[in-house]
Design a protein around this ligand. Sequence first.
Ligand code: ADP
Length: 439
Amino acid sequence: MRIEAVNLKFAYGEKTVLDGVSFRLAAGSLCALIGPNGSGKTTLLKILSSVLKPARGRVLLDGRPLGSFAPRELARTLAVVSQGGDAGYLFTVEELVSMGRAPYLGRFQSETASDKEIVRQVLELTGCLYLKDRLVSRLSGGERQRVSIARALAQQPRVLLLDEPTSHLDIGYQREILDLLKQLNMAEGMTVVAVLHDLNLASYFAGTLFLLNKGKIEAAGPPSEVVTAEHIASVYRTGVLVTPHPVLGTPHVFLLPVQRGLNSRKNYRVHVLAGGGSAGELLRDLAEAGYDVSAGVLNVGDSDWEAARALGLPVVEEAPFSPISPARHAENLSLVREAKAVILAEAPVGHGNILNLQAATEALRGNTPLFIMEERPARPRDFTGGEGERLLRALKQNGGRVINEKARLYRALRELNSGDQLNQLQNLPGLTVDQERVV
Ligand code: ADP
């Protein structure tokens, strides 16, 4: 069934919540309404289901004004699953789902065999048959949600409207419910409109998205046109990275780290020797905690490089997949010398980046605390035929402090900052690395 909204306006008292909302949704669409909290999604859904009357504008189903449907006729055309599912605590699942047949029964008529069969079918379709004798009050959130969908389906509607059908459900149940809706849409051509909170689920699931913002439709169309970094940044006011889903190609949204802690700046430089995706989280945590973080040497395109760039950190960068050149190594050494602490991330070591280990020796040489991250020591990460391991051992023997947990690192850095600094430095033995072997 085709749905059209023409110039809808709605206000709760003085507060205008929807203004100038117009769209056309083709019959058999699978549509998700997305948008920030308070953008008007639930209100729009309530107008589409005739629960609320718009102050201006109208809704048409297959060209016919919503207002011209008698209540029973509307209930046979359109069903609603509201947030959190149906109350109906005093009833059994079967009784609640049978209520979906009410629009088909005469005033004093009880259910016919065919009504009972329809109830059985929808219980089966939604995986609720085994629950039929259970009280609704005894159901889990996921079960209650499925039962509500069964009750709506018992109405045999041509349009199904759902308000956050997957909220509070774990990923397994979310998937089950969305797959069920997709199946109903594809097999029966049912028009489905669902408010969804999760942008990735919405892109995964729906063919059409409406992005609401402050009571207006900001963008409408297929996920690839609606879920863009620009739209998301402007509507949700947060920087995101949108990349294609690795299997489906639909847009997938990732939060990007932002540099916070500017008010609690610790004002000292921490240099992170990283690479190979070993330090994204570390860089973010340090930057958020207010350290003045630099990183090197990172290959352009590496996810550590992406993280450093997103955080706006000074970084020594090398061309993609290229070994560290002498010039970049020299730059890295200067950042090591400027730092008050150096962290060697748990990166894989190959011939291309072994100079990062050598840069770590520069920290010890300058009596700068060196923290060597080893959260998963059993993991093989030396791909140089032994040279990397030998260098690491030398760093540990000559004062590099092995850290097996990020929390310990953060504690050690805080201590450095809080006047214990002198003690810390005195406790660290000076550099006695055999230069012949190390460099
Ligand atoms: P969304 O579903 O996008 O979170 P809603 O449609 O629920 O948005 O709400 C839109 C705006 O209307 C919000 O600012 C909300 O506080 C307000 N609102 C919702 N319901 C009522 C109500 N019954 N009375 C007054 N204001 C309401």
